[in-house]
Design a protein. Structure first.
Length: 85
């Protein structure tokens, strides 16, 4: 599965949320609502989520394998840095 497009919006240099993203895979599937966040260990991609009846947040889409999460995060950070200049 390849990342074929990334749209970066609401780019911010301040605060925990750095940007919102939409990522297209294989020119066929899009995941909207990804947030690039600043955490204790640096930038990371927070996947779209919903709050359940217990008040817990559950991801509605997310990578299954660490290799895909790493690839997605690295690509998102690269695109964010291009927009944040």
């Amino acid at each position: 599965m390849e990342i074929t497009d990334i749209k970066v919006s609401n780019v911010k240099k301040e605060g925990k949320v750095k940007a919102y993203l939409s990522v297209v895979f294989d020119n066929a599937f899009v995941v909207n609502g990804i947030r690039l966040m600043e955490g204790k260990n640096g930038l990371f991609a927070a996947m779209p989520h919903v709050k359940n009846k217990k008040g817990e947040f559950k991801d509605i889409a997310h990578p299954i394998h660490n290799s895909m999460r790493k690839k997605l995060t690295e690509t998102i950070i690269e695109e964010y840095k291009k927009k944040a200049r």
